[in-house]
Ligand binder design. Structure first.
Ligand code: GRG
Length: 298
C-alpha cells in the first residue's frame, strides 16, 4: 500500500495490522473452524482504508490513536464481513477475494455465512467492551457504535446492496445509482471519518467536515472501483474483473462511459479535498490519499 499511503498513514496501517488479530476470538474451542474463517476473512491483502481513515481523523482531532484501535478493528471487521457475504453464491458468487480463494471457496458456504455474521457481532463486542473502550468517554463510545450500526445497516451498506441486487439487469437513472453507491460504499467510509473524530473528541464542526470528506471520497472510491472492473486485471485487483457487466450491474461506467466516469471521480475528489479546510495544513496526508486513490490500480 506504499503507493497509496504517506509515512504517517503507513504508521496507522501498521498499528491496525498488529492490533486486528488481537481483537478476534482465540482458537482452542469447539468453534475453531468459524474462528479460523473469521481470521482468514480479515487477513492482510486489503487496503484497510476505513480503519486508516478512522485513525487519521482521530489524530486530526488531537485524540490518542491507540484508543481508537478497537473502533478501527471493528469497522474493518464489518467491511470484511460485507465482502464475505457479497462473495457468496447467492450474491455475487465470486471465487476470489484479495488474491486468494474467497471465504466460502475455502471454508464452504455455511461457514462463510456464519463467519460473516460472527464478524458483525464481534465488531460491536469489541467497541462496547468496557475493557477495550475504557479510555474513551462512554457517550463517544455510544455515538461511534451508533454511527457504525446505522451506516452498516438498512440506511447505508445493506440498503445500497438491496438497490444493487434489485436493479440487476434493469437500467436505473443517475439518482438511483447515486443512492445505491451512497449506501453500498460511501456510508461506511463516512462512518470511519466521523467515528475517528468522535473517538478523538473532535468538536462538531470537525465531525461534520469529516462526514462530508468521507461522503465524497466514498463516492469517488466507488466510481474508481467501477472503472477498475473494466480496465484492470484479476492479478492486479485480486478478484475477478468484468463481473459488473457479467452480472448486468448498473455502474458509473455503464451510465457515463469510461471518460465520463473518470471525470466524475475527479470532481468528487475535489469536493472531498475542499471539505478538509477546517483541518488546515494538518490534513495534507488526506489530500495526498484522495489524489492517490484516483490513481489506484487495486
Ligand atoms: C452483503 C452485507 C452485505 C453488504 C454488501 C459493501 C458491500 C455491500 C459489498 C461488498 C462488495 C463491494 C464491491 C462493495 C462496494 C464497496 C467496495 C468497493 C468494497 C471493496 O473495498 P476495498 O477496495 O476492499 O477497500 P479491500 O479488499 O481493499 O479491503
Amino acid at each position: 500500500m506504499s503507493n497509496l499511503y504517506s509515512q504517517r498513514l503507513i504508521a496507522h496501517l501498521q498499528q491496525i495490522e498488529q492490533a486486528l488479530p488481537t481483537f478476534l476470538p482465540s482458537k482452542g474451542t469447539l468453534q475453531d473452524t468459524v474462528i479460523e474463517a473469521m481470521s482468514y476473512a480479515c487477513e492482510g491483502g486489503g487496503k484497510r482504508l476505513r480503519p486508516v481513515l478512522l485513525m487519521e481523523f482521530c489524530r486530526l482531532c488531537c485524540g490518542d490513536t491507540a484508543r481508537a484501535l478497537p473502533f478501527a478493528a471493528a469497522i474493518e471487521m464489518i467491511h470484511s464481513y460485507s465482502l464475505v457475504h457479497d462473495d457468496l453464491p447467492c450474491m455475487d458468487n465470486s471465487p476470489l477475494r484479495r488474491g486468494k480463494p474467497s471465504v466460502h471457496a475455502a471454508y464452504g458456504e455455511t461457514m462463510a455465512l456464519l463467519a460473516g455474521d460472527a464478524l458483525l457481532n464481534r465488531a460491536f463486542e469489541v467497541m462496547l467492551n468496557p475493557c477495550n473502550a475504557q479510555a474513551v468517554p462512554p457517550v463517544a463510545v455510544a455515538q461511534a457504535a451508533f454511527i457504525l450500526a446505522d451506516r452498516a445497516g438498512i440506511n447505508g451498506m445493506i440498503g445500497g446492496q438491496v438497490i444493487d441486487l434489485q436493479s440487476e439487469g434493469e437500467k436505473i437513472d443517475a439518482a438511483t445509482l447515486k443512492a445505491l453507491q451512497e449506501g453500498k460504499t460511501a456510508a461506511l467510509i463516512r462512518a470511519a471519518c466521523q467515528m475517528g473524530c468522535i473517538v478523538g473528541s473532535g468538536h462538531d464542526e470537525k465531525v461534520k467536515a469529516a462526514d462530508r470528506f468521507g461522503y465524497f471520497l466514498g463516492l469517488a472510491f466507488q466510481v474508481i472501483d467501477d472503472i477498475l472492473d473494466v480496465t484492470s486485471t484479476e492479478a492486479q485487483l485480486g478478484k475477478p474483473v468484468g463481473s459488473d457487466a457479467e452480472n448486468q450491474k448498473n455502474t458509473y461506467v455503464s451510465l457515463l462511459g469510461l471518460e465520463g466516469a473518470s471525470q466524475l471521480a475527479k470532481d468528487y475528489t475535489e469536493n472531498a479535498k475542499q471539505a478538509l479546510t477546517v483541518f488546515g495544513d494538518d490534513a495534507s496526508d488526506l489530500h495526498a490519499l484522495a489524489n492517490a486513490l484516483l490513481e489506484r490500480v487495486s
